[in-house]
Design a protein around this ligand. Structure first.
Ligand code: NAP
Ligand code: GCO
Length: 263
């Protein structure tokens, strides 16, 4: 009989911070980490959003604690992580989920718009990771999961800033692995395919050509659901992945592996 025990997936006693965990992918991943035993902490930009999310977590029987801070504000992030460590405890699991997208043709995109996407989708993840890692080093372990994207690998029209940020986030993932692996910190990415959330709602509107385009290009022949990301997130947050580091796990229905079906 092997020594393998299923409790390697157990997150009892662990504290997980999920940035932007108020709806969409973040809320889904936080719900799964909670189901595996983790204590959930989340953030958003506004008091209203954090308060609404608290009710949504409560409705699922999850006692999550929300904090209001902008992930691009280094001082606010440092203060918030200090407050979380005092009020809840040192963070064991960080899911860098918060992010935005601007779909603008490159020649029409201002540098300000480009910078804002980079600031939130890449610099913000650096800022939060930098604030959380010292506590992980002290604690002797840590899990960081960066929510990358298919656009960490591929470009497409109108998402130049987003693809640049997500490509950078893949490399930040590898760099955190290289710099902190000796402290028993594992930093990996999840690269979702096309997932049905508020962020992709415009692409899924009735009759939008992108809707069928994605279904045709995805071997699974469907849009992804937030639930498709939950098992991979628990795996990367748990002891089951203690020797997995610097990896981006694509959860994309196979779209990155296929050139698409012949029409
Ligand atoms: P979403 O529905 O737009 O949610 C994004 C979350 O990030 C919201 O909670 C938002 O809060 C928060 N946020 C944005 N800017 C922030 C900031 N400066 N500080 C703090 N919080 C901030 O997006 P999603 O579809 O769930 O995606 C979540 C992550 O997965 C993103 O990183 C996205 O790039 C990535 N992703 C999504 C897909 C997909 O198909 N949906 C695929 C691959 C990767 P507010 O609303 O209060 O701003
Ligand atoms: C887009 C989509 C994608 C998804 C995701 C794919 O406009 O192409 O929003 O970027 O959000 O990142 O992995």
């Amino acid at each position: 009989m092997s020594n393998f025990k299923m409790d390697v997936f157990n997150l009892d006693g662990k504290i997980a911070l999920v940035t932007g965990g108020i709806y969409g992918i973040g809320f889904g991943i936080a719900s799964a980490l909670a189901a595996a035993g983790a204590t959930i902490v989340y953030n958003s930009n506004t008091t209203e959003a954090v308060a609404q999310a608290e009710k949504d977590y409560e409705a699922k029987g999850i006692d999550a604690k929300g904090y209001v801070f902008d992930i691009t504000d280094e001082e606010a992030v440092a203060a918030a992580i200090k407050q979380i460590e005092e009020e809840v405890g040192t963070i064991d699991i960080l899911v860098n989920n918060a992010g935005i997208i601007k779909r603008i043709p490159m020649l029409e995109m201002s540098a300000a718009d480009y910078r804002q996407v980079i600031d939130i989708d890449l610099t913000g993840q650096f800022i939060v990771s930098k604030a959380v890692i010292p506590g992980m080093i002290t604690k002797g372990h840590g899990k960081i999961i960066n929510i990358c994207s298919m656009m960490s690998e591929l470009g497409r029209e109108t998402v130049s800033a987003y693809a640049s940020a997500k490509g950078g986030l893949k490399m930040l993932t590898k760099n955190i692995c290289a710099e902190f692996g000796e402290h028993n910190i594992q930093c990996n990415g999840i690269g979702p395919g096309y997932i049905a959330t508020p962020q992709t709602a415009p692409l899924r509107e009735e009759g939008h050509p992108f809707n069928n385009f994605i279904i045709d290009k995805t071997p699974a022949a469907r849009w992804g659901e937030v639930e498709d990301l939950q098992g991979p997130a628990v795996f990367l947050a748990s002891d089951a992945s203690n020797f997995v580091n610097g990896h981006v796990l694509y959860v994309d229905g196979g779209i990155l592996a296929s050139i698409g079906k012949q029409p």
